[in-house]
Design a protein around this ligand. Structure first.
Ligand SMILES: Nc1ncnc2c1ncn2[C@@H]1O[C@H](COP(=O)(O)OP(=O)(O)OP(=O)(O)O)[C@@H](O)[C@H]1O
Ligand SMILES: N[C@@H](CCO)C(=O)O
Length: 309
């Protein structure tokens, strides 16, 4: 049986709306992400398990894994007789790239099963298409890091969709999910359709500055440029006490804090394990709203989607 783990990801990373994403995994070895397994069967079957199985659509046809299967067979030009098992370990509507995890794990598993007919670029195009069906617009900032790992800049060019940006190995990414749901499609609808000249200039300055600081390995400069002028001003109202939580995180030596994807998960950056533990403790008491919420101290996952035993 082929088994693929696809990790959680941070869309936007606070400074690159729709064009920057990072894959992260908890330092304690927890598999934060989905797992998809595949094996030969008489006809197509989908079985769903995992912590968040009860939150999945009840109809198989509405599950994105089924839609990936259909789209893969269409691209292949023939049906595959397989059983797929989805372990849904990621909360839905969390800002952790939950649908991307299912999409990436499904396509990687299907491609392995079929003898790798499609290359990385083709698979990314398919992943972006399926992610777009869910959120209402094609954006690669979850699927690209989830598939390829690390910090990814989305170029979306015919010959290259995404490339790796050098990041900072000692950064800790504290991921705090409050346990409430924010739909990506809804969180996109509340954004303005036009931005003022000042916001466009600020966005260009901050995003270009961040990428420059990564390439020149200026850690403090990079962190200080993580400032979201595109989505955060409109989305923070969907998150519990966002401004107050950021103030508390900064007092505890955070280098930056922002909304992960469309939220409600927030990511906080710091460069020592001691600070990460203090921030995680604060997030658990002040940001998590119910028993479904959680906090993980993570680091970049540079492997992306991987085959597991
Ligand atoms: N396997 C699946 N995993 C996750 N969501 C699925 C899956 N299959 C279908 N869906 C549907 O896709 C939608 C996912 O919503 P949404 O994009 O808001 O979540 P998300 O992927 O967790 O968001 P984000 O990218 O911000 O983390 C929900 O309506 C959900 O029912
Ligand atoms: N870039 C997307 C990510 C969604 O997870 C958004 O912010 O809408």
């Amino acid at each position: 049986m082929i088994k693929v783990y696809a990790p959680a990801s941070i869309g936007n990373v606070g400074v690159g709306f729709d064009v920057l994403g990072a894959a992260v995994s908890p330092i304690d070895g927890t598999r934060l992400g989905d797992v998809v397994s595949i094996e030969a069967a008489e006809s197509f079957q989908l079985e769903c398990l995992g912590t968040f199985v009860s939150k999945l659509p009840s109809k198989t046809e509405d599950n994105i894994v089924y839609q990936c299967y259909q789209r893969f067979c269409e691209a292949l030009g023939k049906p595959l007789a397989v059983k797929m098992i989805l372990e849904k370990n990621m909360p839905i509507g969390s800002g952790l790239g939950s649908s991307a995890c299912s999409v990436v794990a499904s396509f990687v598993a299907l491609n392995e099963f079929a003898g790798k007919p499609f290359d990385e670029q083709k698979l990314l195009v398919l992943m972006g298409e399926l992610e777009g069906r869910i959120s209402g617009a094609v954006h690669y900032d979850n699927v690209a890091p989830c598939y390829l790992g690390g910090l990814q800049i989305i170029l979306d060019m015919p010959s290259v969709i995404s490339q790796t940006v050098p990041a900072f190995d000692k950064w800790y990414w504290i991921m705090a999910y409050p346990g409430i749901k924010v739909s990506t499609a809804e969180a996109r609808k509340i954004l303005p359709s036009h931005y003022a000249k000042k916001e466009i200039i600020d966005h260009g300055r901050l995003f270009a500055g961040f990428i420059h600081a990564c390439h020149t390995q200026q850690e403090n400069l990079a962190a200080s440029l993580i400032h979201d002028v595109i989505a955060e001003p409109y989305r923070k109202q969907l998150l519990p006490n966002f401004d107050k939580i950021r103030e508390q995180a900064m007092i505890l030596n955070a280098k930056a804090m922002g909304i992960s994807g469309s939220g409600p998960t927030v990511f906080t950056l710091c460069d020592s394990l001691h600070d990460a533990e203090q921030i995680a403790k604060m997030m658990k008491t002040d940001y998590v709203q119910n028993e479904e919420g959680f906090v993980h101290i993570c680091q970049l996952n540079t492997k992306g989607a991987s085959l597991i035993d």
